[in-house]
Design a protein around this ligand. Structure first.
Ligand SMILES: Cc1cc2nc3c(=O)[nH]c(=O)nc-3n(C[C@H](O)[C@H](O)[C@H](O)COP(=O)(O)OP(=O)(O)OC[C@H]3O[C@@H](n4cnc5c(N)ncnc54)[C@H](O)[C@@H]3O)c2cc1C
Length: 377
């Protein structure tokens, strides 16, 4: 990487992707960056996510991508202690037992069929029969014929994003509140950004990590970024009076119930193409609750504490868009993490920091290269 003596790297967007990359740039490579965030750190999906770190489930991915997700979870485990110590923010990284129930014979065959390849790639999954799932407490519907059982990881998404931002600041990264409206170029080389205020920030490299709003950066990058905002809503509940919090999470095609270490019971979610409208709706709340009652009837009596919505940066092949922007120098993109941006925050941030610092990464991110879309632009 070349620097011009000002900020070494400008990072556009203070979500988990921007903050994680800036943290690894500082921590692993001694490179100081400035994060430019137009709203507030974690104001997008990074702060509103459910915080489950998963590689399998409702959305099924290729083996290659599933391995990347698993490695992303392993790396969360590796850095959690350091990140909490360095930031002073405990984001409650913890184990969460997960049940994926079958409500009919076909679902049971499907779930059991998947267990073979899941075990092959290192997922420790077990089948619990009807009697065993009944013994697990009162939350899972009595209609369950059995369930695939795993122990996975979770965290609190907003504190996690804040931890990354705090750790960045402690390592000399500055965070500015401003809106970026363009990338400065010297020929093919990116050399900073322009702000809506008319100011310029010069730098040796630019990382665009602005979530679903990367859709609007075609002119900056010289390529279309085919990312759309996919709205997701979550209902936050408390357990009904006298009913203890479930000790496990339940994931099914119809939705999920996720008890958080922080005390919230999350029930989700939706997948809505509603443009950049970030607001929750009563229609979604009712739809989520009606669906989830099928797998966890207790939800019917649970008091509602909150309803939240945020926008996933969703790419056409459901995989991240990660790497150098083709036909340019010193210009990078990290977006399109869709349903999995919290799971991938550490691995993608580390890989992008290596890419920016060294021109290559020892984590294979070639399947996610922006080039796969640049060719179509
Ligand atoms: C309901 C819901 C639940 C989810 N649950 C999970 C989960 O359990 N596990 C999981 O792994 N993932 C989950 N996700 C996905 C995850 O939240 C996202 O993939 C991830 O947060 C994306 O992070 P990001 O940094 O790319 O984008 P964002 O969080 O959107 O951050 C982008 C930032 O860029 C800023 N910005 C935009 N334009 C500009 C500009 N021009 N100038 C300056 N700043 C700008 C924005 O203000 C924003 O803060 C969930 C998502 C949703 C919606």
């Amino acid at each position: 990487m070349t620097t011009n003596g000002t900020a070494e790297v400008v990072v556009v967007g203070g979500g988990v992707m921007g903050c994680s990359t800036a943290w690894f740039l500082a921590a692993d490579h001694g490179i100081r960056s400035v994060i430019v965030e137009r709203d507030a750190v974690a104001s997008g999906a990074s702060g509103g996510a459910a915080g489950e770190l998963g590689a399998v489930g409702r959305h099924r991915y290729s083996i290659e991508y599933t391995r990347f997700l698993l490695e992303g979870i392993r790396m969360h485990t590796e850095v959690a202690e350091t990140l909490v110590a360095e930031s002073g923010v405990d984001y409650l990284f913890s184990d969460i037992p997960i049940l994926r129930p079958a409500l009919d014979e076909e679902e049971a065959r499907d779930l059991q069929g998947q267990m073979g390849w899941q075990r092959e790639i290192g997922i420790d999954v077990e089948w619990l029969d009807e009697t065993q799932v009944r013994s697990l407490g009162t939350w899972l519907t009595e209609d369950a014929l059995g369930a695939a059982y795993t122990i996975e990881k979770q965290l609190e998404a907003y504190p996690f994003a804040i931890a990354l931002a705090q750790a960045c600041e402690r390592r000399g990264v500055s965070i500015r509140t401003a809106e970026v409206n363009g990338v400065l170029r010297d020929g093919e080389r990116a050399c900073g950004v322009t702000l809506a205020s008319g100011e310029r920030i010069e730098a040796g490299a630019v990382l665009v990590a602005n979530g679903p709003w990367s859709q609007h950066t075609a002119e900056w990058l010289g390529m279309e970024v085919p990312v759309v905002p996919l709205r997701g809503q979550i209902v936050h509940l408390s357990p009904p009076d006298g009913v203890p919090m479930p000790a496990h999470s339940i994931f099914h095609e119809t939705g999920y119930v996720l008890p958080k270490a922080g005390g919230d019971l999350l029930v989700g979610t939706t997948e809505e193409l509603a443009g950049f409208d970030p607001y929750p709706t009563m229609e979604a709340q009712n739809g989520i609750l009606e669906a989830v009652i099928r797998i966890a009837p207790n939800v019917l009596d649970a008091p509602i504490r909150d309803l939240t919505a945020c926008l996933r940066p969703y790419s056409p092949d459901q995989m991240p868009i990660l790497g150098a922007v083709p036909g340019t120098e010193s210009l990078y993109l990290s977006t399109g993490h869709g349903y999995k941006g919290i799971t991938l925050a550490i691995i993608s941030g580390k890989a992008m920091a290596q890419q920016i610092a060294n021109g290559k990464s020892d984590i294979d991110i070639s399947p996610f290269s922006p080039a796969r879309f640049a060719e179509a632009s």
